[in-house]
Structures are given as C-alpha cells and as structure tokens.
Write a protein that binds this ligand. Structure first.
Ligand SMILES: [Zn+2]
Length: 459
C-alpha cells in the first residue's frame, strides 16, 4: 500500500496540495452537523429527557415513542461496542473515542466518551439522541478534554471514512434535485460503491470495509482495517487524491482530464462506467435529449467537435445513442487532437463524487451506522457491497414499520415473544450482516494479539 500511496503522491506532485488543505483547516474542529428538520424539532420541543421514573403516555406513532422503542430493544449495542472497541474487553479504541449526540431540541453534545458498552447504552437510552456521530480515538478520554491542555488532546486513530451524497450529483442527474432521490438516481450510488469498494480492496489492500446507507440520500464507507485506522492526515489525503478525479467547481465545464493511458485502477473503474453510461445517463437521465442537457455535454468537447455536432444534434429524430455515436465518430476523425474527451465525459457523468473533507481530517465526525434519520425515520443500515445493485433505499426499515412488524409478529399464534425484537423485524438481516462483519474483524484482531503475545513469550 505504501507504494501505491507514493505513486498517488507522485502523480500529484505538480498539484499544490497545500492550497487545498491548509494546516489551519486540518486541526480545526469539525463543523457542527446540520440542524435536524424543523418540524421534527417542534415535535420534540416539549419532550423532557426520560428519567426512568415514570412512563409518560405517548401516541404510538410519535417519533419520541418510536426512538425510545428503537434504543430500548432494537439498537445492536453489543456488536456496536465490539466494532468500535476491536476487542472483547474495553480498549482505548472505545474508551478514548469521541461520540457526539444531537438531541431532539437541537442541543448538540460533543466530546462524550464512555468506559464501556454498557455506559454508552445507558446514556443513549437516557438522552434518546436523534443523531449519533462517531469521531476519532484521542490521546486523552474525550470526556476529560477540559482537564488537559489543547496540545495534549490529540486525535490518534480513526477508521478511514468516505461520504458520498446525492446532492453532489445535481449537475448530472435530471430526475431529482437537492435532498430528493428516486430509484433512477440511486444507481449513481451503486456505481460509487462498486468503484470505490474495488479500489479500496484491490489498490490499497483493505479488507474490513463497511458501507452504510446515510438514512436519506447517500452512503458512507467505513474502512476498519488497523492500517486504515492508523493513517495520518497526509496519507488520508493521498488516498483521496488518488480516488477523487472530478476537479473544478460549477464554473468548469469539463471536470475530468485523464491521461491517454489510464492507470490500471482507472481502467478497472472504467469497466463499471461503461456498463452504466448508456442505460443510466443516455437513457434514464436523458442527457442528450434536451438542448439544455446536451449543451452541457457539448461544452466538454473541443471547438471543432462542438461545431460539427451542434447542428447534427439539433435533429429531433436522432436518438441519444445515435448522438453519442456521432460524438465518437467526430472525435476519431480528429485523432491527433483530444481523443479522450468522450471517455472523460463518461467518467465525469458516472464516477463517484466524494465529500473530500470528511475523509481527509482524522477528527471529522461521521454519522453512526444504525442511527435513525430524524426526517425519514429510516435506520442507517449497512449495505452489502456485493449486493449493492439490489439495495433499495425506499424499502429501508423505518421506525414506524419496525414497530408494526413487532406487533404483527407477537400476534401470530404460537409466536415466541421472548426472542430479541430485532429478529421479529426486517432489521434482522442488517443486524446479522453487521454481526458477521464485526465477528470476522474481531477474530482477526484477537488472533493477531495472541500471536504477538506468543512471540513476546518466546523471547
Ligand atoms: Zn432521482
């Protein structure tokens, strides 16, 4: 992996990376997450934190009740603790880890830390956060932050994380904008998972990679291998620079310019791009169907191609497929010029768009898996990368649905009501996948620790 990072840095040696990432920014505190939806805030406004002495009467569809049900009987606390602890008994990975909670009344609590999984569970059940963020593992327990100097409080480790949000696709999708998503544009997330997952495994050798639905319009990726957790900011930046190929803001028409000969990693990514470009972009998004959209594509070609195509593309009888063929033909006629434009356009329309800052700052917070999105009430469930094509964000379990499923299960004649509640619901398969993911990782860590202990005994 060191080789590859070196290569990534080499490829970028002409780019002034310092201009993108100033030192000030690096250790600046992570920005507060956006406030929860106003209507939800109002709903929660009169709710007092549950003190455990009396059970207030709630409407069963009230989000306050649903959150309580979720945290009491559905949240996978034990596996969650094992995941962030990387062992069975508490380690610094857990005890020195920052958690942050957003409460229903918009109160935002940072730098919380817990001695063990039970303490975390108790606090979550007491505060009923509408959002849980996970931060870095620090040199000092985050809860003790105020007792030491700022210099002594340093982020040491964190999973390497990636954040991909559909709003960054607004200039290439034509079906929805902003916070909205549909099954058509969700395919951009499928493409992103396929490309990034393959690169993380094949180019960087990572194995313990967990993809999570963000609850509304995107996906998060948690790379949990020990070598990933130990990456410093410089190495995180190098990996991101390698993965992030879409450059330039809204003023730049052509955002991808790759060399004629592609790096093998991009060669592999291109096979995914090729598979999706025609059905997703030419057909579903119709990027050559209207003058407005096809103009965007023309602006990415050179002047000669632009001129030759402007008139031909105006013919309303031509299909998107025929128009695309025309572009390739024009490009081939001018072999000596920019022969890679069509390929780069395909990359620009399909390739994953990463929220770079989330990945490059070790102390940046990221929303936790198994959080519940306060607006959609959907659970942020893990996504199996090998089955990402069939993941449907529209059918992800919501708290309302989970409650219904528990009631229906218990009503069945002869139903075993004593089994854990998650097993009665559609959350079951996601929890089981999470269990399996963490178990694999834990087995490896424990084996490594035993081997290291045996080695030291030998001496
Ligand atoms: Zn859409």
């Amino acid at each position: 992996m060191a080789d590859l990072i070196e290569k990534a840095q080499d490829l970028l040696k002409d780019v002034d990376m310092d201009a993108f990432f100033s030192d000030e920014e690096e250790f600046a505190p992570a920005p507060a997450p956006p406030a929860v939806d106003q209507t939800m805030t109002e709903k929660f406004a009169n709710v007092k934190i549950y003190n455990g002495f009396s059970e207030p009467e709630y409407n069963m569809d009230d989000p306050v009740f649903l959150y309580r049900m979720f945290y009491r009987s559905l949240f996978p606390y034990k596996t969650y603790f094992h995941w962030l602890n990387y062992d069975i008994t508490p380690t610094r990975s857990f005890t020195h880890r920052e958690f942050s909670f957003t409460l229903a009344n918009d109160i935002y609590l940072r730098f919380k830390s817990f001695p063990n999984g039970d303490a975390l569970k108790k606090e979550i059940e007491r505060l009923q956060p509408v959002k849980i963020d996970i931060g870095a593992v620090y040199s000092i327990k985050p809860a003790d932050k105020k007792t030491v100097s700022e210099k002594a409080f340093k982020p040491l480790e964190k999973e390497f994380v990636l954040d991909i949000d559909m709003t960054d696709y607004d200039d290439v999708r034509t079906c929805c904008q902003g916070g909205d998503i549909c099954l058509l544009c969700w395919e951009f997330m499928t493409v992103a998972i396929k490309i990034i997952d393959a690169s993380l495994r094949d180019d960087f050798g990572f194995e313990h990679i967990m993809w999570v639905y963000s609850g509304r319009r995107g996906v998060h990726c948690w790379v949990c291998d020990e070598k990933a957790r130990k990456l410093d900011n410089e190495n995180r930046k190098a990996i991101i620079s390698f993965l992030d190929i879409i450059k330039g803001g809204s003023q730049v028409a052509r955002k991808v310019r790759l060399p004629v000969l592609l790096h093998p990693s991009l060669e592999r990514s291109f096979t995914v791009v090729e598979e999706y470009f025609e059905p997703l972009l030419l057909q579903s998004m119709g990027i050559l169907d209207t003058p407005k959209e096809s103009h965007k594509v023309l602006m990415m070609t050179d002047d000669q191609v632009k001129e030759a195509l402007a008139e031909k593309w105006a013919d309303p009888t031509k299909t998107a497929h025929e128009k695309w063929e025309m572009l390739i033909k024009e490009e081939q006629k001018r072999k000596s010029k920019d022969t890679c434009a069509s390929r780069d356009i395909m990359f620009q329309y399909c390739y994953p768009r990463l929220d770079v800052k989330v990945s490059t700052n070790i102390n940046h917070l990221l929303k936790s898996p198994f959080c519940v999105h306060p607006k959609t009430l959907k659970v942020c469930v893990p996504i199996k990368p090998e089955e990402c094509e069939s993941f449907n964000p529209m059918t992800v379990p919501t708290l309302t649905k989970l409650r219904q499923e528990i009631i229906e299960h218990d009503k069945l004649p002869g139903a075993d009501k004593t089994i854990p509640d998650y097993k009665k619901t559609s959350l079951k398969s996601y929890v089981e996948y999470f269990d399996k993911f963490v178990k694999n990782m834990l087995n490896e860590t424990i084996k490594e620790k035993r081997e290291a202990a045996a080695m030291s005994m030998d001496f």
